[in-house]
Every structure is written in structure tokens, then in C-alpha cells.
Design a protein around this ligand. Structure first.
Ligand SMILES: Nc1ncnc2c1ncn2[C@@H]1O[C@H](COP(=O)(O)OP(=O)(O)OP(=O)(O)O)[C@@H](O)[C@H]1O
Ligand SMILES: [Mg+2]
Ligand SMILES: [Mg+2]
Length: 479
């Protein structure tokens, strides 16, 4: 036995498609603040005799994703019943896709530590979300009883399945993040919605080229969870193998609180699901509309364009484009100010302040923010006062330029600066003497005085210059 382990990971990433109605009925998907079991009908409750009707918008969204992932989009796609018994599934089967999924054979390029890796996409198929189980008294392991809410039941899901091409937990995170960015650009997914993205992470260790058994960690709700669960699972499996043991093929549960995975059940096999064709839904032909489904500029393309068009660095371009809303904001701002300055203000100042407040870029009006950056660009506002105005604007939810006016933050004019400088000289004869006597450091004290007089609105470098001019003039007069 050697220590020559290779980590093999494949992901199944389920996302809710952001449609107004459910996958097979017209119940609203806007149930987040609703009472349990109020967004239901005979179809999504799975009552006998109820007939599903496919949501056209969901299919269009699925095609959009398929195109963005370079998949082949089937001309004819079919739905199947995937049978299993669980209380979140009132019909005892989930309508899913089996041997004729809408999207197949695609790819996704992710970058990990500045290196591009291509991950093959096996398929991205449509299905319906089950209801949600509410484990009373905490987690699935500890609660005494469970309630079920069918509001979620029937929400459109797209399951993207990668080939086992992923080699580390960090790369798995990059895959999930990259896919999420793309989905946001495609406008098919609401990332802010709790539980809208769930990952099943499959992992095995091959040793000396021999494939090991895989475990599947189900239902991980966040990218952070994906990394933690996989790191735990990789270590657990390696330790077993090192001790000469075996990894059991099984389904595991990720406990987010404890950061561990625990056995849930033996991995079901395909035959356990007794897949059979959903006879209530006819074969779906995509030929008539699939060519009309357009794909907008995607994060990678936009990043490359930002680099070429605006001359920003790779790193900044990445920061600006990872979220569509941020990229849009940047382009709005750089219409009126220098793109480099706009990049600094969006990628550094704005994102930092938003991050600090746990706020979303959506809450910022691009025109109002651009007006602030314009003032800085025209030297009418110092950087520091610009940041002060931005902070107050975010805290008080007001236009930043209003704050600038209210607090009188505008940069001092040349005349104001000269006047404040003369005052400072009059009021501080000792410092003046020190400077004239050769103590150059005394100038810093005087600069500080002028800054105080102008309420921080003068530019320190200009003040320094004006002070030297004035004082050197006196030196000559005296001398
Ligand atoms: N040896 C392996 N190690 C790690 N991952 C693997 C390995 N073999 C396959 N996988 C991954 O397992 C996943 C299989 O997903 P798929 O949905 O096809 O089947 P399933 O997990 O059996 O079914 P279900 O949808 O019920 O979970 C893919 O992401 C694939 O890349
Ligand atoms: Mg699957
Ligand atoms: Mg699976």
C-alpha cells in the first residue's frame, strides 16, 4: 500500500429556476413568507387524477443554461417518474428526467489558483423540488418530530451533474461558484433566496490508479458547506484506507453545525428508483424554440472585455464581473468617469463598504454613486471625504452627494486653501520660526492646522505646496 491517493469528486448541483409559477402547475413560487401549505393545489400535492402541465418558462430557462454550458440540447426530451418513499414527496415519485435529459455533454471552465480547468458536464436536467421537512427541535438527528410543508413542492429545479473531473474540495467550490455566477448572468436564478441551491457531493479516493467506492454527501446548502463537507470526507476516507480499511458506498448527511458528515443510508442504486416514463406528460419537442433562446455575455467573456476595454488588471476585472449586478454598476459608473477611477471606487471602496454592512449592490443607485465618483474625479472631493459620504449614504439610505452638501465636504477651493494657510501661519509663529530656522518637520504641524481649518476638505499635497510658497516668500523678504 502506498500513499499515492487521488481525490475524485463529482457534483450534482440543484438550483431552483426563478420562475413565477411551479414546474407543473400554476401555483406561485413566491412562498417564502407564506403560511405552510398555502401555495398548493392537487397537482403539487400529488392528489390522484391531477395532471401536470409543463411550465414553458422553466424549459426556456433550462435551455438557456444548457447553451451557456455548451451542452447539446435534445430535440426531444422526456420526463420520467423517479420512485422513492419519503414524506416530502406526496406522490411517492418525483417527476424528473432519466435517459432523455434536456441538456447533455457540456463543459464548465473554472479557475483555481489562476489555472483554468475544464470540468465536463454530464447533463443538466429538469425536475421538481419536493416539499420541505421542518425538523422540530433542531437537526435531523436530534428532533423529536418533523412537520412537512408542501409550498416548495413542484418548484422547478435544474440538476447539473458534472463528470468526476474535480480534484479537490477547493476546485469543487470554484465549480459551484462559477455555475452560480453564470446562472445569475442568465437571469434564471435568485441567489439571495434561502435554499435555492443545494449540492450533492460525490467523493472517492483512488489509490495507485484503482477507483475507490464513492460516498455521496446529500443536500449541502452553501459553497462553504461544500468545501467543509468535502474536506472532512476526504480526510475520513483517506484515514480508512491508510488503516487498511474500506470505504463503504453510502449516502451521508452533512451536519453544518458540527462540520462533519454522518451515515444516512446505503446508497440507493438506479434500479431502486424503478424509473418509468411519465405517461401524463407528452414528449417535449424543443426544435421550434430552442434556436430563439439567447445567451447574454457570460462572466468570463465580460471579464476579458473589461480587461481589454477598460485596461483594468485581471484581478480587478474578476472582482468586477463575478456578480452581474456589480459589473452593471461598474459600466454605469465608467460612462461618466475615468474607468480606472471607477474600478477603484466600485471594486474597492463600494464593495468593501457593502460587505461590511452585509448589504447588496442592488441597494445602491448607480447614477447617484456615479455622481459621487465624478466629484472625486473632478478634484471637488478628496478620497477620504468621498468615503465618508459613501458610508453615511449607505447608513442613511440617501444619495451620497446630498451628504456631501449637508456636511460641507466639498474640497476647499484654491482661495479657501490659501486663506486657511495664511491664518495658520499667523496663529502659529513658533512653528513658523522652527520651519524658517531649518526644522522641515514643522511643516507637518502647519499642514495639520490647515486641514483642521478646512474641515479636511483641502488636499494635503496642495496645502503643503502653498505653505512652502508662503513661508519661503517670507524667508526671502526677511533675508
Ligand atoms: N468514483 C467517483 N468518485 C466521485 N464521484 C463520482 C464517481 N463516479 C461518479 N461520480 C459522480 O457521481 C455523480 C452521479 O450523479 P447521478 O445523478 O448521475 O447519479 P446518482 O447520484 O446515482 O443519482 P441521484 O440523482 O439519485 O443522486 C456525478 O456527479 C458523478 O460525477
Ligand atoms: Mg442526481
Ligand atoms: Mg446523486
Amino acid at each position: 500500500m502506498t500513499d499515492d491517493f487521488e481525490v475524485v469528486i463529482g457534483l450534482e448541483i440543484h438550483v431552483q429556476l426563478d420562475t413565477e409559477t411551479k414546474m407543473f402547475c400554476s401555483c406561485s413560487t413566491d412562498y417564502d413568507d407564506a403560511e405552510p401549505n398555502t401555495h398548493t393545489c392537487p397537482v403539487c400535492l400529488g392528489l390522484p387524477g391531477a395532471l401536470p402541465v409543463v411550465n414553458k418558462r422553466a424549459v426556456e430557462y433550462a435551455v438557456r443554461v444548457g447553451k451557456a454550458l455548451d451542452c447539446e440540447i435534445r430535440d426531444e426530451t422526456r420526463f420520467h417518474r423517479k420512485n422513492y418513499f419519503y414524506p416530502d414527496l406526496p406522490k411517492n415519485f418525483q417527476i424528473s428526467q432519466y435517459d432523455a435529459p434536456i441538456n447533455e455533454d457540456g463543459s464548465l471552465v473554472v479557475s483555481v489558483e489562476d489555472e483554468d480547468h475544464e470540468i465536463r458536464i454530464r447533463r443538466a436536467h429538469m425536475e421538481e423540488d419536493p416539499g420541505s421537512l421542518v425538523h422540530k427541535g433542531g437537526s435531523i438527528e436530534r428532533s423529536n418530530y418533523t412537520l412537512v410543508d408542501y409550498n416548495r413542492s413542484g418548484t422547478p429545479l435544474l440538476e447539473t451533474v458534472t463528470e468526476p473531473d474535480i480534484r479537490s474540495p477547493e476546485e469543487a467550490r470554484a465549480v459551484v461558484d462559477t455555475l452560480r455566477e453564470i446562472l445569475e448572468y442568465l437571469d434564471v436564478f435568485d441567489a439571495s433566496r434561502a435554499g435555492a441551491l443545494r449540492v450533492d457531493a460525490n467523493v472517492s479516493i483512488s489509490q495507485d490508479g484503482e477507483t475507490g467506492n464513492r460516498t455521496e454527501v446529500k443536500n449541502i446548502g452553501s459553497t462553504k458547506g461544500v468545501v467543509r463537507a468535502l474536506r472532512y470526507e476526504v480526510t475520513r476516507q483517506k484515514n480508512r484506507l491508510k488503516r487498511g480499511g474500506d470505504v463503504t458506498q453510502e449516502t451521508r448527511h452533512y451536519d453544518d453545525d458540527r462540520g462533519v458528515t454522518v451515515t444516512l443510508r446505503e446508497k440507493e442504486e438506479e434500479k431502486d428508483y424503478r424509473y418509468f416514463e411519465e405517461a401524463d406528460i407528452p414528449v417535449l419537442r424543443t426544435t421550434e424554440f430552442k434556436d430563439d433562446v439567447g445567451v447574454p455575455e457570460l462572466p468570463r467573456e465580460r471579464r476579458d472585455r473589461f480587461r481589454d476595454e477598460y485596461g483594468v488588471s485581471d484581478e480587478v476585472a474578476e472582482k468586477l464581473t463575478s456578480r452581474k449586478t456589480v459589473a452593471d454598476m461598474y459600466e454605469d459608473v465608467s460612462e461618466s468617469v475615468d474607468p480606472q477611477l471607477a474600478a477603484t471606487w466600485v471594486a474597492d471602496e463600494l464593495l468593501r463598504e457593502l460587505n461590511y454592512r452585509d448589504a447588496d449592490v442592488d441597494t445602491v443607485d448607480a447614477q447617484e454613486f456615479a455622481a459621487l465618483v465624478s466629484l472625486v474625479s473632478d478634484d471637488e472631493l478628496t478620497d477620504a471625504n468621498g468615503v465618508e459620504a459613501l458610508r453615511a449614504a449607505l447608513d442613511e439610505d440617501r444619495p451620497p452627494v446630498d451628504i456631501v452638501d449637508e456636511r460641507d465636504l466639498r474640497a476647499a477651493t484654491e482661495d479657501e486653501t490659501v486663506e486657511a494657510t495664511r491664518e495658520a501661519i499667523e496663529e502659529n509663529p513658533d512653528a513658523v520660526d522652527d520651519y524658517l530656522g531649518g526644522d522641515d518637520g514643522a511643516i507637518n504641524f502647519l499642514v495639520g492646522q490647515v486641514m483642521q481649518k478646512t474641515g479636511g476638505s483641502a488636499d494635503p499635497a496642495t496645502v503643503n505646496e502653498v505653505l512652502r510658497d508662503e513661508l519661503d516668500g517670507r524667508k526671502k523678504q526677511e533675508g
